[in-house]
Design a binder for this molecule. Structure first.
Ligand code: NI
Length: 248
């Protein structure tokens, strides 16, 4: 049994969500944390989590959706915070030209304040923004979470771990050029979470196809080989990690 700690299962991407969930469960992926990224997708995440027992919700405003940074939308997150297991997907993204750094930082801080107030973990997106991410998260030492799709250096990994965060490993880990294999060998097993980021970032050998939570199994098998431990042991450890962080 494994958990997909980060996916985006939404009607715009999947014609048959019943089947996506069933295929995941049949593969042993018995829990999924479905992430919103703006008001609209957060509403859908809430609806789907009411409909499917195995689908847990995370709601939040992604740095690419700063247009949704309004008082009303923060109030919406606060109003529904008891229905979700995390605030996510939130963070910083300085990848594309023209990003508004200050607005992204304010948006992240407002959501971290909610996480702190309600003792909710966060699911963090950080792209080309490692230093600002670390410095912002450090302002909220009581908040814990997952660094989604971790692709940084060992040094960065160690900083996040020291701050009490866990690292999400997904399809990118299985790509041939990934240096993540070396990092995986150096960090404690208690830091590892699995995720797909479905519908994005399919693992090898499915790269280029639409991703689904069931593909966590490919990632888990790959990592069990890298670390030389059995799938069963890896399952026990990472399921405990999921429980410790998200209380599910
Ligand atoms: Ni995502």
């Amino acid at each position: 049994m494994f958990t997909d700690t980060h996916c985006h299962i939404l009607e715009e991407d999947y014609d048959n969500i019943d089947k996506v969930i069933k295929d995941a469960k049949d593969t042993g992926i018995h829990k999924m944390i479905n992430n919103g990224s703006n008001r609209q997708t957060s509403e859908e995440v809430l609806e789907l989590s009411r409909k499917y027992d195995s689908l847990y919700g995370a709601i939040g405003i992604h740095p690419d959706s700063t247009e949704d940074f309004t008082k009303e939308n923060l109030a919406f997150i606060e109003e529904h915070i008891h229905e979700v297991v995390a605030i996510g997907e939130i963070g910083l993204d300085y990848h594309y030209e023209g990003y508004d750094r200050e607005t992204q930082l304010n948006l992240l801080e407002e959501q971290l304040k909610l996480a702190e107030k309600y003792s909710k973990p966060v699911i963090i997106h950080s792209r080309d923004a490692t230093l600002d991410t670390i410095n912002t998260l450090k302002k909220f030492p009581a908040v814990k979470g997952s660094i989604h799709c971790f692709t940084g250096s060992l040094e960065t990994a160690k900083i996040y771990l020291k701050m009490g965060y866990k690292l999400g490993f997904g399809g990118v880990t299985t790509f041939k050029n990934a240096k993540l294999k070396e990092i995986l060998k150096e960090i404690p097993l208690e830091a590892i979470l699995f995720e797909t980021d479905s519908p994005y970032l399919s693992p090898e050998p499915l790269r280029g196809t639409k991703n689904e939570p069931k593909n966590v199994l490919h990632i888990a098998k790959f990592i069990s080989e890298v670390l030389g431990i059995t799938l069963e042991d890896l399952s026990n450890i990472t399921e405990q990690n999921v429980h410790d962080l998200f209380d599910i």
